[in-house]
Unconditional design. Structure first.
Length: 288
C-alpha cells in the first residue's frame, strides 16, 4: 500500500466568484517509502498548491489525501499529527527562522510534538548532523549565520521531526553551486538513513536529473507526464511545449544523435554524457 496518496485531488481558489481558479484538478498520485520524486512544471502549473495538500496546509475542494490509508482530514487531531509525518520546507525557508538560537529553532518542531527533552536534544543534534551544521553554531543566533547556513538550519528544523515524507520547494534557490550540491547531498543522506519519501520541487533540471528516480510534470493543475528521468528527458519537444527544457546534457545528446552519432536515448546527466563520449572515442566513433 502506498504511504501517501491522492485521489482525484482538486482545489479551486475563490470558488463561486468572478476570480474562481482551478489550481489543481483530478490528481491521482501515490508514493512508496524510499522514493525520490521530482515535481516540475511551468510557473502556474499547480506545483505549490499540490504539495501544500500533502501535509494538510490546504484542504481539497474535492478528492482526498491519504496517509497510510487514512484521510488526513478525518479529524483536526490527525491533520495536526500529519504535519510531523509529512514535513514541508518552503522556498527560502531561512526567512522563517525566528528563535533566539539555532538550537531552539531546530528544536521547535520536536517541542510541538511534546517529546521529552532528551529526545528533543537527540533529534536536534541528529538533524544538525544531516545538514552539516557544526555543533558550535547551535548556540548562535540564526541571524548570525551565512545564507547557506540559514538554509540548512531551516531544513534541519523540519528533519528534526523525522518526517516519513520530506517535501522541499526549491531548496537550493539562490545558492552557489557548492551550496546547491551540499543541500542535495544532505537531503539524500536523510532519505537513505530513514527510507523516507522525498519530493523535490525545482526548476533546476540538472539538479533533478542527478537526484531523483521519478519525475512528475504538471500542466495546468494536472499531471501531464509521470515516469523515470530517462523517459521524461527523452521527450524534448513535449517538454518544450510545456514551457520546460531538458537538462543541457540531454539536449547535447539529442543534437549529437541528430548529427548521426550513436548516442543512447537515456543520456541526461554530465556523467552519462562524458561516459558515452569516452566510449565512442575509444571505439573510434569520435575524433578529437
Amino acid at each position: 500500500m502506498s504511504l501517501i496518496k491522492t485521489e482525484k485531488l482538486t482545489h479551486t481558489y475563490s470558488s463561486g466568484t468572478p476570480f474562481e481558479c482551478i489550481a489543481v484538478k483530478d490528481i491521482d498520485f501515490a508514493a512508496e517509502g524510499g522514493e525520490y520524486i521530482g515535481i516540475i512544471g511551468a510557473t502556474g502549473s499547480g506545483k505549490s498548491t499540490f504539495i501544500q495538500h500533502l501535509n494538510g496546509l490546504l484542504k481539497p475542494t474535492s478528492g482526498r489525501v491519504l496517509f497510510d490509508g487514512l484521510d488526513i482530514h478525518d479529524s483536526k487531531h490527525y491533520t495536526r499529527e500529519i504535519r510531523s509525518k509529512v514535513g514541508l520546507v518552503f522556498q527560502y525557508p531561512e526567512y522563517q527562522l525566528f528563535e533566539a538560537t539555532v538550537y531552539e529553532d531546530i528544536a521547535f518542531g520536536p517541542k510541538n510534538m511534546r517529546l521529552p527533552e532528551p529526545d528533543i536534544k537527540e533529534r536536534v543534534y541528529e538533524a544538525a548532523g544531516f545538514v552539516g551544521i557544526e555543533e558550535s553554531l547551535l548556540s548562535k543566533s540564526p541571524f548570525e549565520l551565512s545564507g547557506g547556513e540559514k538554509r540548512r538550519a531551516a531544513i534541519a528544523g523540519v528533519i528534526a521531526m523525522r518526517p516519513e515524507v520530506l517535501i522541499l520547494d526549491e531548496p537550493t534557490a539562490g545558492l552557489d553551486p557548492r551550496g546547491r550540491d551540499e543541500i542535495v547531498r544532505n537531503i539524500m543522506n536523510y532519505k537513505n538513513s530513514h527510507s523516507a519519501i522525498v519530493i523535490l520541487v525545482t526548476h533546476n533540471m540538472e539538479e533533478i536529473a542527478r537526484s531523483v528516480d521519478r519525475i512528475i510534470v504538471l500542466e495546468n493543475g494536472s499531471i501531464a507526464m509521470d515516469g523515470v528521468p530517462a523517459e521524461i528527458f527523452s521527450k524534448n519537444e513535449r517538454l518544450e511545449a510545456l514551457g520546460l527544457a531538458a537538462p543541457k546534457p540531454a539536449l547535447i545528446a539529442a543534437r549529437l544523435r541528430a548529427l548521426g552519432l550513436p548516442i543512447r536515448q537515456d543520456v541526461y546527466t554530465v556523467t552519462q554524457l562524458r561516459q558515452v563520449l569516452g566510449e565512442l572515442k575509444s571505439g573510434g566513433g569520435v575524433h578529437a
